[in-house]
Design a protein around this ligand. Structure first.
Ligand SMILES: Cc1ncc(C[n+]2csc(CCOP(=O)(O)OP(=O)(O)O)c2C)c(N)n1
Ligand code: SF4
Length: 250
């Protein structure tokens, strides 16, 4: 029988630890496929976050190190500066990069560090039990906002890619989603472009991806995808938010 699909070499056989319907796994696969297609598996060093995806070090077949919560980009900066020939990326939840790690996110982009960061936005702190994050949308019920996020008190959600796009050193900023086959395909293209930008040494590249958390949202996997489309997509602009002339010339 003809083989029509095989798992990317970018992933090991270590089973994913995610809840049913969690889309962290799809995002892992996309990154791993891109690294394999670009022949970067031997060259790449990833930096893992603290959060549900903190165990991904064993799931990828490239090198990986773990960073303290929110500090993955500082670790990645050190690695890239010491070993500029290596491809270096961070994989971070929205709590990791947009709450405790905000200062790194801003300054890494401002300095134009030649690394790539992938942010997985599920609008909550997932691993610790679904608390409100800076990315929680207005009215969203979480364990620490039982009456829904009150934007008058907590402020409106932070759209981190939009903020990062304003900084000169960020040369490629894109926002994708993995809720549908079409969006999965588009997000994969964004991830590939981000790594191409790094290979050419053009500056900081950033891809933010909308993701589900069925467990903390209290929804089935299918309802979670619908909730993401209905509630997150109107708040978070999708698409390529910034690509400099040099990036567009790639
Ligand atoms: C310094 C520090 N503060 C807080 C924590 C607790 N903590 C562990 S995971 C986490 C939230 C992770 O949420 P997110 O980054 O959104 O990733 P997700 O689990 O949703 O994928 C927090 C607050 C910690 N481990 N270290
Ligand atoms: S708690 Fe949420 S983010 Fe964490 S693995 Fe489960 S569904 Fe995914």
């Amino acid at each position: 029988m003809e083989k029509v699909f095989s798992k990317t070499k970018g992933l090991t056989d270590v089973p994913f630890t995610y809840c049913p319907g969690c889309t962290h796994g799809i995002i892992h696969r996309l990154i791993a496929e891109v690294l394999e297609e670009m022949d970067l598996l031997e060259n790449t060093i990833g930096v893992a976050p603290v959060g549900c995806s903190g165990f991904l070090l064993d799931m990828f077949s490239c090198d990986f190190v773990g960073g303290p919560h929110g500090r993955a980009q500082a670790v990645a900066t050190g690695i890239k500066r010491a070993m500029p020939e290596r491809t270096v990326f961070t994989y971070q939840g929205d709590g990791d990069i947009a709450a405790i790690g905000t200062s790194h996110a801003i300054h890494v982009a401002a300095r134009g560090e030649k690394i790539t960061s992938i942010m997985v936005n599920n609008a909550v702190f997932g691993m610790t039990g679904g608390q409100m994050a800076p990315t929680t949308i207005g009215g969203q019920v979480t364990t620490t906002s039982p009456y829904g996020r009150d934007c008058a008190l907590a402020g409106p959600p932070i759209d981190l890619p939009k903020t990062i796009a304003t900084l000169e050193g960020a040369v490629y900023v894109a926002a994708g989603s993995v809720d549908s086959p079409k969006n999965v395909a588009q997000t994969k293209k964004m991830i590939k472009k981000a790594f191409q930008v790094q290979q050419k040494g053009l500056g900081f590249s950033f891809v933010s991806i909308l993701s589900t958390c069925p467990t903390n949202w209290g929804l089935s996997p299918v309802d979670s995808l619908n909730w993401l489309r209905k509630n997150m997509m109107p708040v978070y602009q999708l698409g390529e938010l910034k690509a400099t002339e040099e990036v567009n010339a790639l």
